[in-house]
Design a protein around this ligand. Structure first.
Ligand code: FE2
Ligand code: FE2
Length: 352
């Protein structure tokens, strides 16, 4: 193990336990540098309600906006900042899930993973699932933002409308525009608006460090460049008693394999994988991305018992998983989700 020096160790204790407030940080200096496995404890169950997995409505429209930003070149457009793209106002929806963790003492911890894109769409979905009331009555403890992408973050105003003081957890890799957005800002060109300044605690997680949120629930951020010029994504993992690990992603840009390998190598109980939930960025714009196709076959080695992927996983990728005999959790194709092959808007999955 690469030893932490004393300064880093003290910094770790200070930043982690105090600033996070919802738990503690147990940490390595860098990804892959842990030799002693971290014990995050166990929880009883994890219930996940998909509030919205539809990031946007039309792939051709989204791709045409990106291509236009690249002056007719899609590849170039993918390198342009999301804050500098003229997004089609009618194409936005968003990704957001509600997690309810039950710890062994019977306590429940509810929190949101991401906050969608279009504030109007998010408000509709919040009302349909009573998330608005849960936020107002402080039943939802915090908002965990996996990454800066518009479809996960730009619907922030709706969450803040019902609780402007909610605790928010983001990775340190956010760009300055994102911090302006949190403080209240309107970006005319990309049509991103949050007029309600965040007044609660803001926790920034450092890539490569494991943050324990509750017993059996932790977070890890990865630092790397992502399309439409953002950086870094954080993911959650849960150790469900007598079942195994559940991995939860926003888009899974870092790849499910990277996350599963990390948890397997560095976390006590990581050898036994139980489930996965969230976007896996395999076929986000239609066909499976050729250089990510191997992820689908490779995930077989983890022997997941429940595969509840949606959002940017993409229908062709889910169909491939079904073909391979993976235990894919089905949904009901309601509220705008296009297929009942996966956990869609308004659907729920329980691990435990
Ligand atoms: Fe996404
Ligand atoms: Fe994303």
């Amino acid at each position: 193990m690469e030893e932490m020096n004393r300064r880093d160790f003290l910094k770790t204790l200070g930043v982690g336990a105090a600033a996070l407030g919802v738990g503690s940080m147990v940490s390595s200096k860098a990804l892959g540098a842990v030799s002693k496995k971290i014990d995050i404890g166990v929880c009883k169950s994890v219930r996940i309600k998909c509030i919205s997995e539809t990031g946007w409505w039309s792939n051709p429209l989204l791709l045409s906006d990106i291509k236009q930003a690249g002056k007719g070149n899609l590849r170039k457009g993918l390198g342009v900042s999301q804050w500098e793209i003229d997004w089609n106002r009618n194409n936005c929806a968003g990704s957001c899930s509600l997690i309810d963790v039950e710890t062994l003492d019977g306590k429940h911890h509810k929190f949101l993973v991401d906050t969608g894109w279009d504030p109007k769409w998010m408000d509709k979905r919040f009302k349909e699932e009573k998330v608005d009331e849960m936020l107002m009555y402080k039943d939802i403890e915090f908002l965990y933002v996996t990454h800066e992408h518009l479809d996960h973050f730009w619907g922030l105003e709706t969450t803040l409308l019902y609780n402007p003081k909610i605790k928010i957890i983001i990775p340190t890799t956010f760009y300055p525009e994102a911090f302006h957005f949190l403080r209240g800002a309107k970006f005319l060109y990309p049509k991103a608006k949050n007029l309600i300044p965040h007044r609660g605690e803001l926790i920034r997680t450092e890539p490569g460090k494991i943050y324990k949120l509750f017993p059996g629930c932790a977070s890890i951020a990865f630092d790397f460049p992502i399309i439409v010029r953002i950086r870094g994504e954080q993911s959650l993992f849960f150790n469900v008693k007598d079942k195994g690990m559940v991995l939860v992603t926003g888009c899974g840009h870092q790849s499910l394999i990277t996350l599963a390998d990390f948890v397997q190598k560095n976390v006590v109980g990581g050898g036994s994988m139980y489930g996965v939930y969230g976007g896996l960025h395999l076929a986000p714009f239609g066909p499976i991305i050729p250089k990510r196709a191997h992820i689908i076959t490779e995930m077989g080695k983890f022997n997941f018992k429940k595969v509840a992927c949606n959002h940017c996983t993409g229908l062709p990728a889910v169909q491939k998983m079904v073909e391979l005999g993976y235990p894919v959790v089905r949904g009901t194709a309601r509220y705008g989700s296009i297929s009942d092959l996966y956990v869609g808007n308004g659907d729920e999955v329980v691990f435990g």
